[in-house]
Design a protein around this ligand. Structure first.
Ligand code: ATP
Length: 310
């Protein structure tokens, strides 16, 4: 295991931010911590990095107890925090060089690493720019370059795509996958379920400082009763036909509004054919049909009774 967290408790006065939190991350994973704002993701990361003291529990990184002065372990770690943390008086190149220099003292070796990090994050053209002159997306890329230039084996990324345009977001996500293919283990926090679905090999869904479920996205979706959501375009739907639809085996809920019939089905059920048969037999003409699998928001909703997003 690269990360082992056992029974971690962190309180801010009366508020329990982490409540007996456990985590195991294996080498080579992109592990996602998914949870709404305030669920404890940043607190968990800061404890793992020994930036915060905690009340109870144990944290091991690379098999060693993590402590603020454990330089050997810190050298093997890269950090990309939620808030961009760069120096405004330094250029792009100098910023990356500074952060890389904390772990790589040799100048020539460092030069090659800084060039590589700029290439990787595609900010070479801005090497002489100061951060204040960069767009939001470029700033995020600089933040990432500063965190990864020394080629860490384990990378912590805390919501690196917040307030980033879709194009930069995709290039950041692709970059993370590439870092992982090149051998880095990644721990990634977000409240965007699409991101963890896109890049993470395993996911923990958090709420109120605790794990509520974990596994691959397929395993998580298999935990819940909610299955696919079927949408059918219809110009009319008499109430007696709606009543028949609501009684179909495997149908949890059905509603008709704005010429759309929306049917929420149970997981594992195959209700589409039956639904279409009912419509055909009753001479109800339908247009396009869509089927969406359950999302991680459905998992969160079914377990906690609330939406993942605010
Ligand atoms: N320095 C602090 N002092 C007091 N309470 C704090 C402090 N930092 C965080 N908290 C509280 O601890 C809880 C967990 O916060 P944390 O920032 O770890 O959550 P998060 O899941 O990372 O949320 P976000 O996505 O908003 O960063 C929240 O209720 C938050 O208000």
């Amino acid at each position: 295991m690269i990360i082992e967290v056992n029974n971690l408790v962190k309180r801010y006065k009366d508020l329990v931010a982490l409540d007996h939190f456990n985590l195991q991350v294996k080498k080579g994973e992109i592990y996602g911590l998914l949870g709404p704002n305030g669920s404890g993701k940043t607190t968990a990361i800061n404890c793992m990095l020994a930036l915060l003291k905690y009340d109870k529990g144990e944290i091991r990184l690379f098999g060693e107890i993590m402590a603020p002065d454990n330089r050997a372990v810190k050298q093997r770690i890269g950090v990309v925090m939620q808030n961009v943390a760069v120096f405004n008086e330094l250029t792009v190149y100098e910023n990356i060089d500074y952060f890389c220099g904390m772990y790589v003292p040799e100048k020539t070796k460092r030069k090659a690493l800084v060039e590589e990090a700029m290439e990787f994050t595609d900010i070479k053209d801005f090497r002489k720019f100061q951060p204040g002159k960069l767009s939001g997306g470029l700033l995020r890329r600089l933040n990432i370059a500063c965190g990864i230039a020394h080629k860490p084996e384990l990378i912590f990324m805390d919501e690196p795509t917040v307030a980033v345009d879709p194009q930069s977001r995709n290039s950041i996500l692709e970059g993370i996958k590439m870092l992982n293919r090149n051998g880095a283990t990644v721990i990634y926090t977000t409240h965007y379920m699409e991101e963890v679905e896109q890049i993470c090999s395993r996911i923990m869904i958090m709420d109120k400082g605790r794990e509520i479920a974990s596994g691959t996205k397929e395993e998580l979706k298999g935990l819940i009763r909610t299955g696919e959501k079927i949408t059918i375009e219809l110009s009319e739907l008499p109430s007696e036909i709606m009543a028949k639809i609501q009684k179909v085996e495997g149908v949890l809920e059905a509603e008709y509004a704005g010429n759309l019939l929306k049917v929420q089905c149970e997981s594992g059920g195959h209700s589409l054919i039956t639904l279409l048969d009912i419509l055909r037999k009753n001479k109800i003409y339908f247009g396009r049909i869509f089927s969406e699998p359950p999302t991680l928001n459905d998992v969160f909703l079914e377990i906690t009774g609330k939406e993942l997003r605010d």
